[in-house]
Structures are given as structure tokens and as C-alpha cells.
Design a protein around this ligand. Structure first.
Ligand code: HEM
Length: 495
């Protein structure tokens, strides 16, 4: 009898789980879009942990076209690669697509980052921060950027001097850039120099790697959580010790500045001005607290350092793959220095059109944030495409950037696409590295200027060369920031 009851319970639970996992099947088909066929239980992504997702996006785009649907486990997702539709979704009809997903990462300081905030709260938090990201304000922190860049160059020089007999140093360029951009972000935004700032194993870097899940390994359990989200309690989660420690550091820096009445014209000043408003009726109504504001400090660092590391690493990779382009960049930088009496003047970085083109072509080929996203907040239709409220929209940047109609020979590194004379031929919504519309990347200008500033200094002094083991392998399963192996590269001092 007990055995029978047990058997019935097992059958009942199994049926309930099957119904639960397949509950949303069919919803994408109703939108009249091609759908990546779902498996019996695990949606269209039964091998999520084994496949490099941004490369899968490209294959799906090639097979299904510019709009297609994927059941990411049990979640129906519409993928859009058509730049005209992206203009509607991200700008013209933005009131239908106001939000991103709210993600619970198990820590308030991270959950409250601007990325995840609902529209009204997001608007109130983003507005006061916007002025920091104008060119004029970024210039005010360019001295801090320069100090960080000088330290980076000193460290590469030391590597070269140490290896002077062999004539080159072998460095892991991604590690070098990772520690460097963390340092640059801390110094320019908060005026802090972290201990052991250029070491790839410094404590702060380790903690941010924990928070961003850089070293997480994805296994079948991870794939299962897409169909059975309640299993996430058994999957590795955010290390809240790390977030608590970093949060306390930010709070201390901000309160020390307030007590001393100190202003540095940086991001920390803006956060302190916002903290002063936490008792205002508007902030109270929207639930904007100290924690919300400290969360934006997390956002600044988390959103920036890893993406800048990736783009700089990949730019270096393309330059060693195409030495003639590196040579052309050296010539452009030498001529720039000659015109400016050997000085690297921040305001004149705009003159470096080839450097800018190389940087943008790298960002086209390797957008670090693989899928900007929106949630449909009101039923929307356009021609025969009907999207229901609550549907998740993803913009597979890797696929959008490999549309041969927009970028002929899409896999080729061709910086000339981004030279001023060609840029106007490009569809504005075919470049998604920083997203687009009112919810685009707030730090775009900061990131571009910082990377250009760094590369002028680096290429003024050094030349990079390919090694037999300079290869890139992307990590499977990743859904947010692209991850890959360490990239060894040879570096020499220029004559
Ligand atoms: C090369 C470096 C960077 C890349 C590739 C990048 C990329 C992106 C992308 C794709 C988005 C989503 C945009 C959208 O949904 O339309 C985003 C949002 C965001 N980024 Fe960046 N980012 C970079 C650097 C930075 C930096 C340095 C900061 C520092 C302040 C930053 C802060 C943010 C914030 C706060 C958001 C959320 C904006 C919002 O929801 O309103 N990013 N970024």
C-alpha cells in the first residue's frame, strides 16, 4: 500500500514537473516567428552549459533570420537582429519596452544596480549621474586616468627589462588589462588607489571576480535551472562576504568625503549629492536609499572594468594578427606626438581616427556584453509581429554585428568601416556594443576615452607580437559578459 502511494506520488510529481517545464511552449509560435525547436523538457537550450552562447546566436541568426524565438529553458525569448526593428524597440516605441529583467542575485547592494531597476526608480537614479559622463567631466578625471596608465606602462617596461636578454616579455595581456582597468576605474571614479593595484591577484580584484561570477563553472545543473529555476538554490551563488566588504569600503570612502567636505569633481561627489537627498519625499516614494546609491558604485566598477579589459585584450589580439595595422597605428601615434611636442593631450584624442576605427571594429567583432535586453511592458505589434506584455526581448549583439547586409565580410577585421568617411553609411542601429536608446550604456564615453588614452600611451612605447599559443577560446554557457582563456602575447619596447 505504502509502495503504491509512493509510486503515485512519484508519477504525480513527475507529471507536474513536465507540465511546469513545458508550460510556455507554444507562446513563441503564436507570434509568427521561426522558433529554435524545443527539446522535451529543457527548452531550445538542452546543452546550454556546453555551447558558447554568442556563437550559437550567430548560427541561429544564419539559420532562422533576423527575428527568431528561443525557449531558454522554460522562458520564451524573442531575439531581434533587424536594425529597423531595434530602432523601434529601443527608441521610437521605448514606452512599450521600458525595463530590463529584475535579477535577484541575493544581495541588495547588487540587486539595486541601475541595470536592474524598474523604470521610475531607474530614471530618478540615472538622471543625476548623466553629467559625470560628458566629455567635459571625463576630462576632469583624466589626470587620475593618466596616473593609472603610467603605472601600467611602468609595469610592462619592467617586464621587458627583466627579459631583456631574450628581447621580449611574454605577458598574459588579459590579466594585465584586468588589474589595470580595475585600478583606472577606482582612481577616476572614487579617487582610491587599491592595494597592490596592478597585481592580478589583488584582493579587490578577487572579490569583483567573485561578484561577477568570472570563475564560475557551468555544468548540467546550471542548464537544468533554466527549466526548473527553483534549483538555483543548489547552484553556486554570489559570495555575499565579498559584496559586504566592498560595500563597506564604498560607504567609508563616501562618508569620509562628506565629513571632510571634500569634493574631487568625480563620481563619488555625485553619489554623495544623492545620499543627501535620501530623506526627500521623491526618494522615499521610490525607495531610493543609501543602499541604492552604493549599488551604483558597484555598477560603475562591475559594468566597466571587465568590458574594457575584453575590448583592449581583443584589440591587442587583432593588432598582433595584423602587424601591418599595428604599424599603421604606430605611425598615426608618432605623427600625433610630433604635432604635439611629444605630449599626449587628452582633448586631442579625437585626432586619432585610425585608433578610433580599430577600437570600434574590435567592439563590433567582440561586444563584451553579449545580449542587451528589454522586457515588453505593454502588448506591442508591428506589421505581423505581435509581442505580448511580459515577453523577454534579447538583442544578440554578436549576430547583429555579423549581418553581411550591414557589414560585408563580417568576420574580417576591417577598421576602415569606422573611418569618418564610411561611418555615415552604417545603420545607426546595427552597432549594439553599448546598446541604444535611453537605457543605453551610461559609461560609453568614459570607456571609449579611457581605452583610447591607454592605447596611445601603450603603443607609443611598445610593440605586441603573436605567439604560437596566442589563441582565443570562449567559455560555454555564459549569458552576460563574454569570458575566455588567458591570452599570452609577446611585447617589446619600441626603438
Ligand atoms: C567598453 C566598455 C563597456 C561596454 C561594452 C558596455 C556595455 C553596456 C551595455 C551593452 C549596456 C546595456 C545597454 C542597453 O541595454 O541598451 C550597458 C549598460 C550600462 N553600463 Fe556599460 N559598458 C561599458 C562600460 C561601462 C562603464 C565604464 C560604465 C561605468 C560607469 C558602465 C555603466 C553602465 C551602466 C550603469 C549601465 C546600465 C544603464 C541603464 O540601465 O540605464 N558601462 N553597458
Amino acid at each position: 500500500m505504502i509502495l503504491l502511494a509512493f509510486g503515485i506520488a512519484v508519477v504525480f510529481i513527475a507529471i507536474a514537473l513536465i507540465v511546469y517545464a513545458r508550460w510556455n511552449y507554444g507562446t513563441l509560435e503564436k507570434m509568427n516567428i521561426p522558433v529554435v525547436k524545443p527539446s522535451f523538457l529543457l527548452g531550445s537550450t538542452p546543452d546550454l552549459h556546453l555551447k558558447v552562447q554568442h556563437l550559437e546566436d550567430v548560427l541561429r541568426f544564419q539559420k532562422h533570420g533576423k527575428v527568431f524565438g528561443v525557449y531558454e529553458g522554460r522562458k520564451p525569448v524573442v531575439f531581434i537582429c533587424d536594425p529597423d526593428l531595434l530602432r523601434l524597440i529601443m527608441v521610437k516605441d521605448v514606452e512599450y519596452f521600458k525595463d530590463r529583467r529584475a535579477i535577484d542575485l541575493g544581495d541588495e547592494q547588487v540587486n539595486e544596480m541601475m541595470d536592474f531597476l524598474p523604470y521610475d526608480k531607474w530614471k530618478e537614479v540615472r538622471n543625476p549621474m548623466t553629467p559625470f559622463f560628458t566629455l567635459g567631466k571625463i576630462k576632469l578625471v583624466s589626470q587620475s586616468m593618466k596616473e593609472s596608465i603610467t603605472d601600467l606602462c611602468t609595469s610592462i617596461r619592467a617586464d621587458c627589462n627583466f627579459n631583456k636578454d631574450q628581447g621580449f616579455a611574454n605577458i598574459l595581456i588579459d590579466q594585465k588589462f584586468e588589474a589595470f582597468y580595475m585600478d583606472l576605474s577606482f582612481r577616476s571614479a572614487f579617487g582610491i588607489k587599491i592595494d597592490d593595484h596592478l597585481s592580478p591577484t589583488n584582493e579587490v580584484l578577487k572579490m569583483f571576480r567573485e561578484i561577477s561570477g568570472q570563475d564560475a563553472e557551468f555544468d548540467f545543473l546550471y542548464t537544468l535551472t533554466m527549466s526548473f529555476p527553483f534549483l538555483t538554490r543548489f547552484a553556486p551563488t554570489l559570495d555575499t562576504n565579498a559584496t559586504k566588504k566592498i560595500g563597506a569600503t564604498f560607504r567609508n570612502v563616501l562618508s569620509a568625503r562628506r565629513s571632510a567636505g571634500q569634493k574631487n569633481n568625480d563620481f563619488a561627489d555625485i553619489l554623495n549629492e544623492m545620499i543627501a537627498k535620501t530623506s526627500s519625499p521623491q526618494y522615499k516614494k521610490l525607495g531610493i536609499t543609501d543602499t541604492t546609491i552604493v549599488a551604483q558604485a558597484f555598477n560603475f566598477i562591475l559594468a566597466g572594468y571587465d568590458a574594457m579589459k575584453t575590448i583592449s585584450t581583443m584589440l591587442t589580439y587583432y593588432l598582433v594578427k595584423h602587424p601591418e595595422m599595428q604599424e599603421k597605428l604606430h605611425e598615426e601615434i608618432d605623427a600625433f606626438l610630433e604635432r604635439n611636442n611629444g605630449e599626449i593631450i587628452f582633448e586631442k584624442l579625437g585626432e586619432l581616427v585610425y585608433l578610433n576605427a580599430c577600437l570600434y571594429e574590435t567592439m563590433r567583432l567582440v561586444p563584451p556584453f553579449i545580449r542587451p535586453e528589454r522586457i515588453c511592458t505593454k502588448d506591442w505589434e508591428h506589421e505581423n509581429l505581435k509581442i505580448k506584455k511580459g515577453t523577454m526581448i534579447m538583442i544578440p549583439a554578436w549576430a547583429v554585428h555579423r549581418d553581411p547586409e550591414q557589414f560585408p565580410d563580417p568576420e574580417e577585421f576591417k577598421p576602415e568601416r569606422f573611418l569618418p568617411e564610411n561611418k555615415s553609411k552604417m545603420h545607426q542601429y546595427s552597432f549594439m556594443t553599448f546598446g541604444n536608446g535611453p537605457r543605453n550604456c551610461i559609461g560609453m564615453r568614459f570607456a571609449v576615452e579611457a581605452m583610447k588614452y591607454a592605447f596611445v600611451h601603450i603603443l607609443k612605447e611598445f610593440r605586441f607580437e603573436m605567439r604560437h599559443d596566442t589563441v582565443i577560446k570562449y567559455k560555454p554557457g555564459v549569458l552576460f559578459f563574454v569570458q575566455y582563456n588567458h591570452i599570452p602575447i609577446n611585447v617589446t619596447k619600441r626603438a
